[in-house]
Design a protein around this ligand. Sequence first.
Ligand SMILES: NC(=O)c1ccc[n+]([C@@H]2O[C@H](COP(=O)([O-])OP(=O)(O)OC[C@H]3O[C@@H](n4cnc5c(N)ncnc54)[C@H](O)[C@@H]3O)[C@@H](O)[C@H]2O)c1
Length: 480
Amino acid sequence: MSETKSDTQKPLEGTSRRKFVAGATATSAAAASTLPVEMFAQVAGSDQIKVGMIGCGGRNSGAIIQNLNASDSAQLVAIADAFEDKIDGTGPRASGLPKIQAQLEKQGKAAQIDVPASRQYAGFDAYKQVVDQVDMVCIATPPGFRPIHFEYAVQQGKHVFMEKPVCVDAWGFNKVIEAAKQADEKNLKVVVGLQRHYQNSYLEAFKKVHEEGMIGDIIGAQAWWNGNRPWIVKRQDGWSEMEYQMRNWYHFNWLCGDHIAEQHVHNIDVINWFVSGNSEKGGNPVSAQGMGGRAGTEPHSVGEIFDHHYVEFRYGNDHNNAIMNSQCRHIGGTWRKVAEEIHGSDGILHLAGGQITDLKGNVKWQYRKPRSGDPNPYQVEHDMLHKCVKEDTPINNAYYGAKSSFTSSLGRMATYSGQMITWDEAVESDFSIMPENYDFNAEPPVKPDADGNYQVAIPGQYKLPWKDGGNAKGKKGKAA
Ligand SMILES: NC(=O)c1ccc[n+]([C@@H]2O[C@H](COP(=O)([O-])OP(=O)(O)OC[C@H]3O[C@@H](n4cnc5c(N)ncnc54)[C@H](O)[C@@H]3O)[C@@H](O)[C@H]2O)c1
């Protein structure tokens, strides 16, 4: 990402700005890239694991505690966020470093955090400063940035925990897959925050289906994320358009990927996992078609995303032509359900209840109840990451993370366009919806009209980026 001076200056005001731009102790990107991976990546047997945080929001404030709890040798040493006020905890929806500090103190683990002002960075390029001086990085920013951050961390030879989704377009997907291959070559460990892969009831159910054949051949699946209305950050005087979109990121595709990616990716990922039967690299559908729209719960001045999607994903001949019916909605006052079902020739797996029934509804298997003693999957994923680093065993969730994230993008392109689209054409197009420049004064890829409203896709009129002069902007698959 190109950073201009205004990247860091815009959100950093007053005297505190100096601490974020100082970076005196940071190894420069240029210097770091000339050193061997072993100089940076934690190697089996060595002691301290320096951890960095990219994104100091709600999720990473919890993820970092889980990461540090996973290993006494881990120490948080550097932190980056686009905004200074997200680090010090004073901005809208801020969590902040003080909360993390307080939590660790409460746990008697204050020694596991050492982030002086000189190692706190803000701005679009702040991530580089953090990556350059740690062994492991926890990334939980809006997902549009994930491919850029992940690619850089791998280039610099760092182990990675990164939240889902890991991309919002084909350009990002291809970047993550490429970086995943490099991570394998460099023996780096990568965990993605699709925590159902670390949840006992899902792992047991996977065995029942794929080792014991309890539901027969998989022929279909249902996935739901019908939930709450998402948070909104109101525009404030003095904010540039870029700042508004960054602060209200859930409502913009280049940052969030729409609700179908941001939340529903969890359920879509489970279906990819179970239908493919591949726990390591995952799988993906071959095509998608669907419908969706914006029923009107939020004014168009808030953003551009849909509030409901229903997509039929098809997995093709290699997977019994199985179909996933995926639905996600965030409209208040509607039926709520977050769950997955796998339908087989001999039974149905209900993942939310941890149960297999036959086709008449008789219970064939029940995951043990109560589940209260089960380990927290949000903790287990970090335990696994540190265990694999320590024992030098392979782990790389980036492949299935990318496939599931891009399945969500495929669904979004299907509902926006109202067309039947294939996985291969979308991936090969390498379309991007990301901005050309990252700067608080730069133009974001979408802008409001004269009345302050954002254009929302209209099926039948929305043009796919790789066809008919599509309307996605960005580096490739550009508006023709
Ligand atoms: N696995 C889960 O169950 C789970 C739960 C919650 C969130 N998440 C994921 O975590 C990610 C973050 O979600 P959140 O709820 O913490 O959002 P958040 O808005 O609370 O935090 C994101 C932070 O990233 C910062 N940021 C934005 N762009 C940045 C950039 N280029 N460089 C550095 N920092 C940047 C923001 O300023 C913000 O502080 C999302 O991808 C979300 O899907 C996963």
